[in-house]
Every structure is written in structure tokens, then in C-alpha cells.
Design a protein around this ligand. Sequence first.
Ligand SMILES: [Zn+2]
Length: 330
Amino acid sequence: MKTRIIKEKYKIEEIRPQEEYNKYIQLIKDDIEQIFNDNAGTFIKQCPACGSRESSFKFSKYGFVYRECSTCSTIYMTPRPTIEMLHNFYANSKGVKYWNSSYVQNTKSRIENVYKTRARWIKESIEFSSNSSNSYLDYYPKYSPFIEEISNLKLFNKLVAYKPFESVMQAISKSKFEIRTSIIDEKFSVISAFEVIDRFFDPKDALKTIYSLLEDNGLLFLSTTSASGFDIQYLLKNAKNIIPPINMTIFSIEGITKALTEIGFEIVEMSTPGTLDLQIIEKQIKDVQLPKFLKDIITNRDNSVKESFQEFLQRAKLSSYMTILAKKRK
Ligand SMILES: [Zn+2]
């Protein structure tokens, strides 16, 4: 299995513009009150990654409770909104609409550091076999710059947007992407699922659907937040990238590995190419209880030490943003 190490330097504000992000979080808090109206949904009794029934309370945030699986350390929300509640939430959430909007997403820095990076990763990783249909499906697309980047690659014979969000409709209309809301008798060579898998009531079920939509040896490109990540492990409810009810399942490295291999995927590449863990902890140092060893690295050592430590986190797959390239085994 391959692991990529990324040394690009940018600041958290560049990919997560602070003012906009704070507004997004405030809107989500309002949405929760208005849309869910104190209904927390249904309990799940098994870890959505590995199926274990053993778990312990981890933290609560905006009224939602997160537990940690005692077997694989995946952090998951339970009770969680039902499929119907989620459908209603995504249809009506002002926060989601705001964050997905071009106003927030089409910034130069997000295009460079998020969307171009993803498109380049796909381009560099694919190899089509002779009997492949060279087709591509994006699973629940929501950000228009990514639709544009994939269109610009001109790598695929067919481009499909599966259940796209309202925010990408305009970009899709200007591209060669076809929209599908259901798929019958169609298989794809490549499927991408960026920042979606943690949002499903049953994420393993979504991964099974993706598996069934892939050709043999077809590739899945996935990104999600990792519970094994350094900043998440210490910040917990103060982690700004855990926003209920959006992030319901925070997979650990071990949890997602088990889920994918059980379904029939072979993991070709697994990386945590995050470059921001130390920066994030440093900014929120008042919110965390760090052992002296880590506090020394963050507050008393110079930038070269911090960069080395961040690189170590990537090598150890302990940064909080994970990317996975998985292949459908025959
Ligand atoms: Zn588990």
C-alpha cells in the first residue's frame, strides 16, 4: 500500500476562510434547531465501520452525542438523524447551501489547494485496462470548481454526476457531465466520493453501493475526516471540522480499512496528506490538554521541528484528513 507525503504550505484560513466558516457554523446551529426541533433520530448499536457493539461516550456537540468504538476507535454519532431527517436537512439547510456556494468555494486558494490537487491525484493514479469503459462518476457532487477541474482533464469517455447538490447544477450545465438520480445496468471505471461518506446514516451501505457501481478493477477515490488524526484526537468537540449532523461517522484508519476490505475493495493507497494539524492545535491551544512533550513541540520549538512533526504525522497516517484509493477486486 502506498502512502503519499505532501509538503505544500498554506494556512488554514486559505482553504477554510475564517469569517465564512464561522458564518457556516452559525447557520448550521440555526438549521439544527429549526429542522430537527429536538428530534435526535434513532440509536445505532453497532460501529458503522467494524460492527463492534462495544463503545464509550466520547463527546457531545450541538446536542448530538458521539461515541468511540472500543474495537476500531471510529467515532460515531448515536442517536443519529434517520434517512428521512437527513433528506429534509440537506434539502432545507441554509448552512449547507451557504458553504457549498460558489461565493465560498470559488476562491483561488481553495481551487488551487483543494480541487486542482484532487483532480491531479486522479489523473496521476488512473490506468485504464483495454476492456474498461473509461467512465467516471462523482458520487453526490457538491462543489462546482471540482466539476470544472474534472471536465478540464478530458480523460474520460463519459462523465456522470450522481445525485448532485443544487450548488453544482450551473457548473454541470456548462460541462459534459450527465446527471443521474438512479442507476440501472451501468458500471463505471472510476468513482470519486470526496467528503461524503461520513454523512450517510449507514456509510458502509453507501460504500457497498459504490462497489456495485464499479467495473472489475474499477477505482474509488475517497476522502474523509479521520478519527486517528492528531488534531481530532486532542480537540474532540472543539475540532472545527466535526460539524453535526454533517459529520456523523469519523472513521479511524483501522475502521475504514476493515469496512473497505470486507466489502471487497483492495486498498491501493492510503494517505493522510493533511498539512494543518499542528497549525490548528497551535491556534486552539487554549482548548486542549496536551502532554508536555507535545506542548513543547508546538509552543517551544521552531518551524523546522513543527514541519518535521507534521511530516511524521503524514507518514504515520495520523493527520486528520485522509484520502484513499481503493480497487474493486474481481
Ligand atoms: Zn469499530
